[in-house]
Design a protein around this ligand. Structure first.
Ligand code: 3HC
Length: 316
């Protein structure tokens, strides 16, 4: 393509973005725009699917039939979110099998938060309240993402996330107002999940290699630090409301700015977990790889059945 044509195409593309016109699969888009969307949406899908594992660990051990049914519904929602988002990557030309193989080979990233163990039932509360709460903070702006299929997928996903967050906060509230042992279990879960939840928003803006460009392309509508701050400002009063304390000795409210100022995140821990050295990284990826192997016969049977129907239809 001639230089001049490419420059004109890029100018027209950015003008659409600036005018908040959605980019659709069949529209021309810069290769880099396509690449960063495949990168972000595939990692988002992997996060949903791997995110089922920590909670799946407690479905058989839920303390009541009601809790079991609610947790089951939540985990099933996450599976649906993953499939939705894998489909969104396919609208950009990604190959689903390759995308999933990238997760199983350890090549693809997924959210660091899912590499922490779920040790008690209270962790189901902390995950719903904090992890899904952080996910909502990050996903609501994605409903206004410049790429049409991703923005539309997020509208449905966010509706379900708010149920996830509420059921989690209800678990934490019940435990925090229960016996001293239950309150202690809830506080322990908050102590273990608070800082990893802040890490979900990604590195500080100064360290983020994608934020500036993603903001220009309106893939991101807010920076990592802006969303993290919103999450802290909402979550600290929620913890206070149920009598739990945020495990951050440096946390203080700044009357002037109206925001909470928090202590420094352990970025060494963050990058260790992102690079595969977290407490559960190996177990999570192995479990996903085994799930694919164990499900191979189902895919083969479904493909054989579809092929048989195709041949029968052709013959009739
Ligand atoms: N875990 C793992 N990797 C992370 C990370 C995290 N918490 N935060 C950042 N990273 C990675 C990025 O992927 C990028 O690596 P890459 O170039 O190899 O992809 C690198 O660190 C630099 O980070 P940036 O901030 O520059 O990268 P992004 O602009 O992509 O921002 C993000 C990171 C904010 C996570 C962004 O990708 C995003 O908004 N993704 C969509 C939402 C999402 O994936 N959320 C994850 C949780 S989903 C969930 O919780 C499901 C719920 O139902 C429970």
């Amino acid at each position: 393509m001639k230089e001049i044509d490419l420059a004109e195409l890029e100018r027209d593309f950015q003008a659409k973005i600036d005018a908040d016109i959605k980019i659709e699969p069949k529209d021309w888009m810069p290769d880099e725009y396509r690449k960063t969307l495949i990168r972000q949406i595939s990692q988002h899908a992997h996060s949903e699917v791997v995110g089922m594992l920590p909670e799946g660990n407690w479905i058989t051990r839920a303390p009541s039939l009601r809790r079991k049914a609610v947790l089951l519904a939540k985990v099933q929602d996450e599976a649906g979110h993953g499939l939705y988002l894998y489909s969104a990557t396919e609208t950009l030309g990604a190959d689903r099998e390759q995308t999933i193989d990238d997760l199983h080979s350890g090549k693809a990233k997924y959210s660091s938060i899912f590499n922490y163990p779920t040790l008690t039932w209270a962790d189901m509360g902390a995950i719903g309240w904090l992890v899904d709460g952080a996910a909502i903070m990050n996903q609501v702006p994605l409903c206004r993402c410049s790429y049409g299929p991703y923005a539309r997928a997020m509208v449905r996903v966010c509706k379900e996330e708010s149920f996830h967050q509420r059921q989690g906060f209800e678990i934490m509230s019940k435990l925090a107002n229960g016996t001293p042992q239950q309150k202690e279990m809830a506080q322990d879960a908050l102590n273990r999940f608070w800082w990893p939840a802040l890490m979900m928003f990604g590195p500080n803006d100064a360290e983020s290699k994608h934020t500036a460009q993603s903001m220009k392309w309106k893939i991101k509508r807010h920076t990592n630090d802006e969303l993290r701050q919103q999450f802290i400002d909402i979550s600290v009063p929620q913890a206070k409301l149920i009598g739990l304390s945020i495990p951050d000795p440096d946390l203080k409210f700044n009357e002037k700015t109206g925001h909470y100022e928090s202590g420094e995140i352990n970025w060494d821990e963050f990058w260790q977990v992102v690079e595969g050295n977290g407490p559960c990284n190996k177990d999570r990826v192995d479990t996903r790889r085994r799930a694919k192997e164990n499900g191979q016969w189902v895919r083969e049977a479904a493909n054989a059945y579809a092929e048989k129907r195709r041949i029968r239809k052709k013959a009739s």
